[in-house]
Design a protein around this ligand. Structure first.
Ligand code: ZN
Length: 1091
């Protein structure tokens, strides 16, 4: 035991040690002041400034001009390259020598043409080790380059972190020198800081705390900073303390290096490419120096960037992955938002991600890793399980504003009952620094004490701070097993989860979504990004289906696999948790809009190409093909293009996943035996629209005074209220402007009142009737809306255009329903869930603003009202009022967000029975997947054709695509994905193979269902998939024809064939049974006919 101080005075002893290691006080005589010894300036410094992010080879060719420490350079987003000529003094032979470099811009050191280390002041990386020990014969002169980005770790916010970037910000290098580094001083500093942390963290009630303090005090006594020969005695005192061991029952902390890098946020995508290089090259250096150090790295997209921009670094990462030190985690393309992407998009995140990890690192990830997302869909456990993942790590729920989440280690059960083992690091951070305080907090805060004895500890600076530092690693190594502290292991995700799985018998289970009680504004902020996301999800769905059908019908058609992969990756990139959520700077939003434009334009070209292939050789009357990409027959009003740019409205019927010829002018009349739409304007200015299914009455300002289900005469709007009521709220959060809408905004509700007489009849009836009006929202913002009712349509649509120029306002539209229910239903990925309509408990009222996909519904027994939308995500139902969130106006980090013109559509559907029986789900699909009128080059087919159909309305056939890497896959079994793929371009040219199908559903009774389809041409391969919200079973009749036989197999979401063998076809029908909310995938192998 170390000697106790002469006097019992805790405070003076503690502060004495603090001053001994202080970087501020007494550095002339304390230990910290001796960390660096002799120093000298660099021999020559020159620089070159550029607005571009140049590759190294190009940058070093440029004209470098003399520079000095203290020179300023910029502005924001530019890059300053420094050439640093060094000469190490001969007298330093035998010493460790560092380049000390301090700059407020993030730097990357290049040596011999390779990146070697990141330099980030905010990430505590301000020196680069030139040599551990300068040898007599070592070269003492060398040239380095330092690439300094004109942005800090968190971008360049003006005045505040999340303020919009300051475009004029200037940067400085404040230190560039050579110095001798005293490693023995450094080691003592690490020990003394840990001892201080233990003394403070355990406190005066704890005996171990006194032992730590007295050890530190004794070390100060024996150590003379000016006499290095006194250091070993002090070191021995520390070693003795840290060598005192605990018993076996202590909690084990699994410390893993990590560096959460936002793929774009307060900086553009291109800067992230460099953030990855700066961080990971620093990590490589740490892994080299510390063979026991393990680093967990997520996001395939970031690794792909490093692969293409820094191939040398990528090769090193692969090397360390083989050694088990560099551990790819997550399995997804990016760390996407956990709420807004569609079910299919979430599947593609894993499909693209896992395939990349397999190809580049030899194996798939075994844990889903999403520390920083603003909520987690209840469908994720099923998607994870079907993508080869049973483990999940996050920590964001510790940000909950209202309720504290009750578990850190638990089973998370999804909509369909799938379970994964979930772990939240109890220290509530993914950027720890290895301090005693954090280690103690990790144990103290663990909410599963007595149930599990292991927890994760993720350390390292994120967002480009270069990840972990050597000091963090040294601290954690010191704490590996010392009496009084939790046991700390430098560990891996595999070791952590294996330990948790080993003792999982007592863990609790959380069922349903993991809802984040914060950042609820991200469902609405940046409406154009949300709209781009929804539209591009639709376009890629349609292109894949049509291309698959074209492939089946035409021997000439080439499936655009490579281009589709590129477009999908672009869409997935923008689903990153600070992009689709709208919490990014303007620069990022502009890039996202360009990406969506790329997907739209390429998508339209691909649709035309597929339509052309479908038409080939089919004589028909019109050069126009009407396509239905949904799996059920639809009869809808469609605007058909006419020569000269005009359009005419026609009622068309198209079978599921198929096409029909365009109607001729003569076939347009008369109307089928349905009631046409009647439009009547009363003398008071109100308008009634009636199609025999619903009757809509609008008051003279455009508000909905009545909505009647004609057959039953039932009124859907609550008595004495109006629907389609626009409301404006003050929207000033506490800090996170783009992210947060606070509970108190509800107290500022102001209905927007229109002027009587603004309502006018638009389309006068027949196949379509409409009325339109203008509404001044405020002095600066206005809205126009066309309320449209089509023949045979069970819902009324509201086409809305808004010119929005506000600051900190929130626009919503409300519909008070004549319905009473304690729960409302919201669509989520491949399903739906209920949330309360009341504020009983804190868990209920914390969900005052929630997210939904294409529809929400409020139903009582036998009757309900559904609100559909084509690009919105924010929603709520309180009491009987359904509310759709339309537009926000935050100012940080993008001061221009959402200003300008918007177009969107929502629709209202009253119904009898349940929303399932009433067809709300297909109605919402139809609103989002309009029938397509595609020009055909020459005659279009004369007869309608359907590729697939499903007999149960409970099952949705969701996606049809070519199986990835499909061809020839039918010849191999499991594990095929673990081999590198051939390049996609060559893959396109390969021969017949599989297709896969997926289907999902959500109800209980297994029922036999059948489907029919007719294909008369040579089919190569195809894959179809189907998903759904509720239901039973699917039947699919595959393509018939002279193309050999078809084989159906089950597969997982990664399109890996199930080993149980082919599924049986009876009468060309396939019968499948579904559990509620189950997603199933099928692979269709089309085998060539025997010769
Ligand atoms: Zn993040």
């Amino acid at each position: 035991m170390a000697a106790a101080p002469a006097l019992k005075h805790w405070r003076t002893t503690l502060e004495r040690v603090e001053k001994f290691v202080s970087p501020l006080y007494f550095t002339d005589c304390n230990l910290r002041g001796r960390l660096f010894g002799d120093s000298c300036p660099v021999a020559e410094l020159s620089s070159f400034l550029t607005p571009e992010r140049l590759p190294y080879q190009e940058a070093v060719q440029q004209d470098f001009r003399p520079a000095q420490v203290g020179d300023s350079f910029g502005p924001t987003w530019w890059t300053c390259w420094f050439r640093v000529e060094l000469t190490i003094p001969e007298a330093w032979v035998g010493q460790e020598v560092h380049l000390r470099w301090e700059s407020d811009g993030e730097g990357l050191v290049w040596r011999d043409g390779e990146p070697v280390q990141g330099l980030t002041k905010e990430g505590e990386k301000t020196s680069y080790i030139l040599t551990d020990k300068l040898g007599e014969k070592d070269p003492r002169s060398l040239t380095l380059y330092v690439e300094v980005a004109c942005n800090g770790l968190l971008g360049a916010g003006k005045g505040s972190m999340i303020a919009a970037p300051d475009p004029e910000k200037m940067f400085q290098v404040s230190r560039a020198e050579l110095a001798v580094f005293h490693r023995d001083v450094y080691k003592l500093l690490v020990d003394l800081e840990l001892l201080l942390g233990i003394a403070k963290g355990l406190g005066e009630d704890n005996q171990r705390s006194f032992q730590a303090l007295y050890t530190a005090n004794q070390m100060v006594n024996v150590c003379d900073p000016a006499q290095p020969e006194t250091f070993p005695v002090a070191q021995a005192l520390a070693s003795k303390f840290f060598g005192q061991r605990w018993g076996e029952s202590q909690h084990t902390i699994h410390a893993m290096g990590h560096c959460h890098i936002d793929t774009a946020w307060l900086w553009p995508f291109k800067e992230t490419v460099r953030k990855c290089a700066r961080s990971w090259v620093t990590v490589v250096q740490l892994m080299e120096r510390n063979p026991e150090f393990i680093f967990a790295c997520s996001q395939a997209q970031q690794l792909e960037w490093v692969r293409s921009h820094y191939p040398g670094l990528h090769a090193r990462l692969q090397e360390f992955a083989c050694r088990g030190q560099f551990v790819p985690v997550g399995g997804t393309w990016v760390e996407m938002d956990g709420n807004l992407p569609s079910g299919e998009s979430m599947v593609r995140q894993f499909l693209q991600g896992q395939n990349f990890f397999c190809q580049e690192f030899g194996k798939m990830c075994s844990e889903f890793w999403l520390p920083d997302t603003f909520g987690y869909s209840a469908q994720l456990p099923q998607i994870m399980r079907s993508c080869g993942i049973k483990r999940f790590l996050t920590q964001k729920l510790s940000w909950n504003l209202v309720n504290s989440f009750p578990h850190h280690t638990f089973f998370w059960e999804g909509l369909d009952g799938s379970q994964v083992l979930a772990h939240f690091p109890p220290g509530d951070s993914y950027g720890m620094q290895g301090s005693v305080e954090e280690v103690l907090k990790t144990v103290a805060k663990n909410r599963d004490k007595g149930r599990t004895n292991h927890s994760a500890f993720l350390f390292g600076f994120g967002d480009g701070g270069g990840g972990p530092t050597q000091t963090m690693v040294d601290r954690l190594k010191r704490l590996c097993n010392t009496d009084g502290l939790p046991r700390v292991q430098l560990s891996s995700p595999e070791r952590l989860f294996s330990a948790l799985e080993g003792h999982s018998g007592q863990l609790c289970t959380w069922v349903g979504e993991l809802f984040l009680e914060l950042h609820n504004g991200t469902y609405t902020t940046h409406a154009q990004i949300k709209k781009g996301n929804r539209e591009c999800e639709r376009i890629l769905h349609d292109v894949e289906l049509l291309s698959s059908l074209a492939l089946a019908r035409s021997t000439q058609f080439l499936y655009p696999a490579a281009l589709l992969q590129d477009l999908w990756r672009l869409l997935l990139l923008n689903q990153f948790h600070d992009v689709v959520t709208g919490s990014c700077i303007q620069l990022v939003a502009e890039e996202a809009m360009c990406h969506y434009e790329d997907i739209r334009s390429h998508g339209n070209t691909l649709l035309s190409a597929a339509a052309a292939a479908l038409c080939a050789g089919e004589p028909g009357p019109e050069g126009l093909l009407i396509v239905n990409t949904l799996p059920w027959k639809r009869t809808e009003v469609l605007a058909l293009p006419r020569p000269g740019g005009a359009h005419c409205l026609a009622l068309v019927t198209v079978p599921g996943m198929g096409y029909a010829p365009a109607p001729t002018p003569t076939s347009l009349q008369p109307l089928p035996p349905q009631q046409p739409v009647f439009v009547v304007q009363e003398t008071d200015g109100s308008v009634t629209l009636d199609n025999g299914i619903i009757r809509v009455r609008l008051d003279p300002t455009g508000r909905l005074t009545s909505l009647v289900l004609v057959a039953s005469g039932r009124e859907a709007i609550a008595e004495g209220t109006v629907g389609n009521q626009f409301v404006l709220f003050d929207d000033v959060p506490l800090y996170w402007d783009a992210w947060d809408v606070m509970d108190y905004h509800l107290e500022t509700r102001k209905p927007v009142l229109g002027q009587a007489g603004t309502l006018a009849v638009g389309t006068e009836g027949g196949v379509r009737g409409s009325a339109w009006f203008l509404l001044q929202i405020s002095p600066n913002s206005r809205l126009s809306q066309e309320v449209v009712l089509d023949v045979g349509c069970p819902y009324v649509r509201f086409h809305t255009e808004v010119h929005w120029h506000e600051a900190h306002k929130f626009l919503k539209v409300e519909f008070p329903a004549r319905v009473r229910s304690p729960q409302a239903t919201y669509e989520v990925q491949f399903g739906h869930l209920q949330r309360p309509t009341h504020y009983n408990t804190s868990w209920d009222w914390a969900r005052f603003e929630v997210w939904a996909h294409r529809w929400m519904d409020l139903s009582e027994h036998g009757f309900g009202l559904a609100l559909l939308n084509d690009c919105k995500y924010g929603a709520s139902v309180r009491g009987n009022v359904l509310s759709l969130s339309l537009l926000r106006a935050p100012k940080s980090p993008d001061a221009t967000v959402d200003m300008g013109r918007h177009e969107f559509t929502y629709a209202l559907m009253p119904h009898k029975g349940s929303f399932q029986d009433a067809g709300v789900i297909p109605a919402a699909y139809s609103l989002n997947f309009p029938l397509l009128a595609l020009p055909a080059p020459g005659p279009a087919p004369a007869a309608a054709w359907s590729a697939f159909s499903v007999s149960s309305p409970a099952v949705v056939l969701e996606t049809v695509k070519q199986a990835r890497g499909g061809m020839g896959r039918w010849r191999v079994r499991g594990g095929a994905w673990c081999r590198p793929h051939p390049p996609l371009t060559s893959l396109r040219r390969r021969r017949p193979a599989p297709r896969a199908a997926r289907s999902c559903c959500g109800s209980t009774r297994p029922t036999a269902v059948t489907a029919t389809a007719g294909c008369t041409r040579r089919c190569r391969f195809k894959r179809l998939s189907c998903e759904l919200g509720r239901g039973v079973a699917v039947g699919v009749l595959p393509l018939q024809g002279p193309h050999g036989h078809l084989l159906f197999c089950s597969c997982d979401l990664l399109e890996r064939r199930d080993p149980t063998g082919p599924l049986l076809l009876r009468d060309n029908r396939l019968k499948l049974t579904f559990a509620p909310f189950q997603v199933q995938s099928l692979l269709l192998l089309l085998q060539p006919p025997p010769n």
